[in-house]
Write a protein of this length. Structure first.
Length: 412
């Protein structure tokens, strides 16, 4: 065999690796470009949103300033009207007193020219009485109010300075997730984070709580393909750690992020952290089920005993028409298929469609109200026997360390 002949397989293998690397990089770049496009769209939406909020706040501020101006102008007008009324009353009273004083002065001058003593004394007495009752002597000669409006002077320099200091809210900086604290166990994820030590945080309002968001994905990295699943949210966390429970690890990874909130607003999210959440997922294998069972994904239903008869012909027909392409179980032999007839009534067996290759396997079952116990059956490859164990209603969550297995059965 020539060197050229030996080199071709090596070059082909190297070329395949290059093609695989380029394909992965191509997918990564496509996801990256999609992420950038969505970020641009989101940026435009956020910009429109905050601009609208700014315009709304400026309108509110302008409206409040206008209302305050109207209030202050009304106060000045009211005070001016009040003083005018008092001064006009004084002016009217003064004119009347002046007219009365002039008439009395003219009468007194005429009295001085009277030669008859009796008439003179009579006129003098009348003048004395009129002087005593004259409005001019009961009227104050000082204005009731002054022209000063000093108490309505304004100086809004402080308020103007405050307006000039108007700025955007100081929100908390993004926290930092402690990657070493990320724990995945059974169906829970736990992690902690540290508040940002940025100097700008010292001038903002104190952090009151945190928002956590998580998202399932099959992509390892922050670039997410289009049509990604929405973020699940956990809001108003007062601690710097969280435990997310009740999860179903049906994807390879879970991405988590966190942001801080003060009394006024929320800050930006932290850098997303991708946590590996590989899990054992299996469905039921319809080809291993009794003819009376209806298998759909992870759900098995059947008719109660006595309602439906067992017809072998229906079983054969169902097996032939089954179109499921699940992973075949190692022990799907004719002997096992034939042995399914040993089950009757409401005791049936359905095998899983995936192998268990040792390790710790965890699952949860949600019981119905009339269940009293739960029986889990698994089958060892080496022994080809069924192993049963029963759980009470109070302990329906189980964890097993198993050797290589090929089937799992759950029945009430």
């Amino acid at each position: 065999m020539t060197l050229k002949a030996l080199g071709k397989p090596l070059f082909c293998e190297a070329l395949r690796r290059i093609i695989s690397t380029l394909a992965n990089k191509n997918e990564e770049l496509q996801n990256f470009l999609g992420t950038v496009d969505r970020t641009i769209i989101g940026l435009q939406d956020e910009s429109c949103k905050v601009t609208s909020e700014l315009e709304l706040e400026m309108e509110k501020l302008s409206s409040a300033l206008e209302e305050k101006g109207v209030e202050l102008r009304e106060a000045i007008v009211e005070e001016t009207q009040r003083k005018k009324l008092e001064l006009q009353k004084q002016l009217s009273d003064g004119k009347f007193a002046l007219l009365s004083c002039e008439e009395l002065l003219e009468f007194a001058n005429q009295t001085l020219s009277i030669s008859n003593e009796e008439e003179f004394l009579k006129a003098a007495k009348e003048i004395k009485e009129r002087v005593t009752m004259a409005p001019a002597f009961r009227l104050t000669t000082r204005p009731a109010v002054s022209e000063s409006m000093a108490k309505y002077s304004v100086d809004f320099s402080m308020e103007r300075s405050a307006l000039q200091r108007l700025h955007f809210l100081l929100v908390p900086k993004a926290p930092e997730i402690d990657i070493s604290s990320c724990i995945v166990c059974d169906n829970i994820i736990s992690f902690t984070w540290q508040p940002s030590n940025d100097a700008a945080c010292a001038t903002s309002r104190p952090t009151e709580c945190y928002d956590v968001e998580y998202q399932k994905t099959d992509v390892n990295g922050w670039q997410k393909p289009a049509g990604e699943t929405p973020w699940e949210k956990i809001c108003d966390i007062t601690d710097t750690k969280v435990t997310i429970s009740g999860l179903k690890f049906d994807t390879c990874f879970t991405v988590v992020r966190v942001r801080a909130k003060n009394k006024m607003a929320a800050g930006e999210f932290s850098e997303p952290v991708t946590i590996e959440t590989r899990a054992y997922n299996f469905s039921f294998d319809a080809t291993t089920a009794h003819v009376d069972l209806k298998v759909q994904g992870d759900t098995v239903t059947w008719e109660p005993q006595g309602v439906k008869s067992h017809d072998p012909r229906l079983k054969g027909k169902e097996n032939k028409s089954s179109s499921r392409s699940a992973t075949p179980s190692p022990n799907k032999t004719a002997a096992i298929r034939a042995g399914r007839d040993r089950f009757s009534g409401e005791s049936y067996t359905v095998l899983g469609d995936q192998d268990m290759i040792g390790g710790c396997h965890y699952w949860e079952v949600r019981p119905l109200a009339d269940w009293k116990s739960l029986t889990v059956i698994y089958c060892l490859l080496t022994l080809t026997v069924f192993v049963f164990f029963t759980l009470s209603k109070q302990s329906l969550t189980s964890r097993l360390y198993l050797p290589s297995l090929f089937g799992t059965v759950v029945s009430p």
